[in-house]
Design a protein around this ligand. Structure first.
Ligand SMILES: Cc1ncc(COP(=O)(O)O)c(C=O)c1O
Length: 365
């Protein structure tokens, strides 16, 4: 790492840290992208130079996430929030049911959009426990003729994460993976559709990655506006209209960086190690820090905790900010503290934060 560069200890929940080598490469290529005499942002999206960038990003996603052949990978704008509407608009016909597994605020938002199109219902919910846990597989109740079952793989606000995904067999499984996409290996083939905003683990905001199995695509509703149909993106390689070219370029570079450090297995190993540093500070604090998530539902991406009283919590957050730890306040809807330790957050930042936690307890415990 270039020691002269000042880089914050960035624990933002999204948009969040990007790998320094990627930023440096983008900086280097900004004025004259690979001999074109212009930046990526100035290239026509119909040019060969841009198409290379675009196709390389898709190729790398398929390769590094081991996405099977029968899936399409597309880039859409509008964030994961638009996917809350696009999924039911395309796949939930009037009168059809779909099971939504409720594990936090993002699942609630997804469910409420689906109500505009069909009959979604709660296939499980852990709201009664303040979303401290992921439901066990035998708590899930859905029907074999449901249009799909929807889950949120990682709950950015509450700090919980699915450790083992359900096998819904003939019922298509749809997942919002916005906050843990590409953080660990998993079997893509268990899902019919996966969507994720790029701004946590994959790149800047403005690009949403969607992976769809072809057999689901065939069941799509046809009376949907062109820009809201998945098939429009599939048929046109996400180039029906102008895509977010710079974001897609950055996403490709983030994937290149990930490949260079050892791919998804190494990413997962690092994520676990980083998160563990902070969970250890919680677990060894004898109740000074109180983790929000139940242990077997803990997220390796968003670590949520409280201090025993609000005054102390305010002091903790103020001191953390003074020490240069950015973004460690909890989401505005729940308060408390949250450290988001996404792929590009360095080990050193997590180590420094865990040491700060221990030191703060020493002087205030
Ligand atoms: C799990 C999850 N789903 C959906 C969203 C909404 O994403 P966007 O802002 O891209 O619409 C977020 C944003 O943080 C999220 O964490």
């Amino acid at each position: 790492m270039n020691q002269l560069v000042h880089r914050a200890y960035n624990f933002n929940a999204g948009p969040s840290a990007l790998p320094l080598p990627v930023l440096e490469k983008a900086q280097q290529e900004l004025i004259d992208f690979r001999g074109t005499g212009m930046s990526v942002m100035e290239l026509s999206h119909r040019s060969a130079a841009y198409e290379d960038v675009h196709n390389q990003a898709i190729r790398l996603l398929k390769e590094l996430m081991a996405i099977p052949e029968d899936y399409e990978v597309v880039f859409i704008q509008g964030g994961a929030s638009l996917q809350f509407s696009m999924v039911p608009m395309n796949f939930l016909k009037p009168g059809q049911n779909a099971g939504y597994i409720m594990t936090g605020s993002w699942s609630e938002k997804a469910l409420s959009e689906a109500k505009l199109f069909g009959n979604p219902y709660q296939a499980a919910s852990t709201k009664e426990s303040q979303y401290r846990r992921i439901p066990s597989l035998d708590e899930l109740q859905y029907n074999p003729d449901d249009a799909y079952v929807h889950l949120t793989s990682n709950n950015t606000i509450y700090g919980t994460q699915w450790q083992k995904f359900p096998d819904t067999r003939e019922v298509p499984l749809v997942a919002d993976m916005s906050s843990d996409i590409f953080s660990r290996p998993f079997d893509v083939s268990k899902f019919s559709l996966i969507y994720a905003g790029a701004q946590k683990n994959l790149g800047p905001s403005g690009v949403t990655v969607v992976m769809i199995r072809k057999d689901l695509l065939e069941k799509a509703e046809t009376k949907v506006p062109t820009m809201l149909k998945y098939s429009t993106y599939v048929k046109n390689n996400s180039l029906y209209n102008t895509p977010p070219t710079f974001g897609i370029y950055m996403l490709g570079e983030v994937l290149n960086w990930a490949k260079g450090i050892g791919g998804i297995d190494e990413i997962a190993r690092r994520n676990e190690e980083k998160a563990q540093l902070i969970y250890n500070a919680i677990d060894q604090s004898s109740g000074f820090y109180l983790g929000h998530a139940e242990k077997d539902s803990r997220s390796f991406m968003n670590i949520t905790f409280r201090l025993k009283d609000e005054e102390l919590e305010k002091k903790f957050l103020a001191e953390a900010k003074k020490e240069g730890f950015i973004g460690v306040n909890g989401h505005r809807s729940v308060g408390g503290c949250r450290a988001s330790t996404y792929n590009a957050v360095p080990y050193e930042a997590c180590k420094a934060f865990s040491e700060f936690m221990v030191q703060f307890q020493r002087t205030n415990g």
